[in-house]
Ligand binder design. Structure first.
Ligand SMILES: [Zn+2]
Length: 282
């Protein structure tokens, strides 16, 4: 019954806004994360039911079937999006956004007590940049950071330009570092398909948004104008982020949206594993 009510609710709006914004609200609002001392993180995989890619029906070539094209496509989407949103609301908290109310009401009716997301947010740093993230996932970010500092501070060959056949025609080498900023928690809508962005839960970061483009479906128009979006290559090659960094994130349960063939959001890493399993207890 709830699904039917929610379908009507969701049907009111089908606006693709954007995947990414640079703005992170003032970090001074939230307590500084307390380092518990040395710890190890468990290697984990992202949970499949949380991947955006899996929320949509696919055509014969794997193309996304939009959920507003038929009743079946919408039902398929709702069957997947609702558990994903319920999981994040109960695991991390709910964002203070108008479209959150229907989900909060439903969880309350089930006897659950979701809390405002702000109760779980902390301020910390990632690779020297101040970020606001959910305290449950900060240990995973710290293990990623440790591995990057240990393994990735070596000169990496990066491609500056590809030809029409997708071959690299200009390379340079450098020790990669974040040049501009890291965007983390956001208190505003950044919906895609009536979704809630994982930035709204404090479990996602964008590394140098102006340099690592988002070229696919749902990306902001300004990102899609990035020259790298013109390259005739796979989304993953449009980023400056070295594979070593990507591997460090993936080791601890992060999903790289650069690998989502629909979106190709190369700046964006989100934690989709189990936050209760991050730290290996002695
Ligand atoms: Zn992002």
């Amino acid at each position: 019954m709830f699904a039917i009510a929610l379908a009507g609710f969701l049907g009111l709006r089908f606006s693709i806004e954007s995947v990414d914004f640079e703005r992170t609200p003032a970090s001074g609002r939230f307590p500084v994360w307390k380092d518990p001392g040395p710890f190890e993180c468990r290697e984990q995989l992202p949970q499949e039911f949380l991947k955006r890619y899996n929320m949509f029906r696919r055509g014969p070539q794997g193309q996304r079937i939009f959920h507003n094209t038929s009743r079946e496509a919408k039902a398929y989407f709702l069957e997947r999006i609702i558990p994903s949103i319920h999981y994040r609301f109960t695991t991390y908290g709910y964002p203070s956004l108008p479209d959150a109310h229907a989900y909060v009401d439903d969880l309350m009716a089930q006897g659950k007590d979701p809390r405002p997301i702000e109760e779980g947010l902390n301020t910390t740093t990632f690779m020297g940049h101040v970020v606001v993230l959910h305290s449950k996932v900060i240990p995973a970010f710290k293990c990623v950071e440790r591995d990057i500092k240990r393994d990735c501070m070596v000169s990496t060959e990066l491609c500056d330009k590809y030809n029409s056949a997708g071959e690299c025609v200009r390379k340079h080498s450098e020790i990669y570092k974040i040049r501009q900023n890291v965007s983390s928690w956001r208190d505003r809508d950044s919906y895609l398909d009536e979704e809630f962005s994982n930035h709204n839960f404090g479990v996602a970061v964008d590394l140098d948004p102006a340099l690592n483009p988002c070229c696919g479906y749902g990306c902001q128009a300004q990102w899609q104008k990035h020259p790298r979006c013109q390259w005739k290559v796979d989304h993953t090659k449009r980023s400056e982020i070295p594979q070593c960094w990507v591997d460090a994130f993936k080791r601890y349960g992060f999903y790289w949206l650069g690998e989502d063939r629909d979106i190709g959001d190369t700046m964006h890493f989100e934690f989709l594993a189990d936050p209760d399993k991050i730290i290996i207890s002695p």
